[in-house]
Write a protein that binds this ligand. Sequence first.
Ligand code: BV8
Length: 228
Amino acid sequence: MKVVVLTGAGISAESGVPTFRDADGLWEGHRFEDVATPEAFEAQPSVVHRFYDARRTALLAVEPNPAHVALARLEEHLGDDLLVVTQNIDDLHERGGSTRVLHMHGELRSALCTGCSGRSEWTGDLGDYPPCPRCGVVGLRPDVVWFGEVPYGMDRILAALGTADLFVSIGTSGAVYPAAGFVQYAATAGARTLELNLVPSEGTHLFDEARHGPAATLVPAWVGELLG
Ligand code: BV8
């Protein structure tokens, strides 16, 4: 059985990573236009660096939760028949044991050079404008996909959605595209669709089935069921 799992900020909420739209979410105090657009980076690079440096540092204080671990267990059984597509830029899927993870919106622990377009693993700050380890140019930016930019890995994602038997969306509000459109794409290709979310998402009506509750409870139960 070929399975595609889409995850959003909700899967990391119980690990202590703030979501975007919930109360005290990331957007509290920040209009995403001001911190998550190429225009914002052009106009106020220090503000944008402070936003991502703080999130990168905060990763040191959080751990994967049972939802991340359950998906890693599912991967042990399904192997290449499972693809986890995440909108999250944290590294909790990998620290939970998953290897077949596609970060469609980038990763906090990676820096992208605007000089040579090279990528470098990055754990420290970028706000002190370090030179690129590859070309020496001072032009590193967070390796994340900002609004108005093309998400990463769209070809691989659409190919997997096009052959999926089951599409499962976990912890996402369905407010940001193209991720919010994946359920329709998968359903059109014949996949069964399931939503696992704390509350009904903006696209809940598009799913064959929806279960509402905390991911750290719902996901292990669903994986247990699937693996019988
Ligand atoms: C693009 C990285 C062209 C940076 C992010 C069509 C219609 C309208 C607008 C558009 C459209 N197409 C494009 C747009 C524009 C735009 C867009 O969607 N705007 C929105 C605001 C309307 N999209 C773009 O610009 C995208 N680029 O379209 O390029 C293109 C397209 C296709 C092919 C080629 C070219 C790029 C968007 C990416 C922006 N970067 N992140 C960063 O992280 O700072 S988006 C960012 O916000 C996240 O990555 C994520 O995608 C989104 C947040 O959503 P969620 O993860 O769902 O989080 P949220 O807080 O909203 O919800 C959490 C959910 O979890 C809630 O439902 C909550 O109830 C639940 N929950 C909470 N706790 C728990 C829980 N669930 C379970 N358990 C819990 N414990």
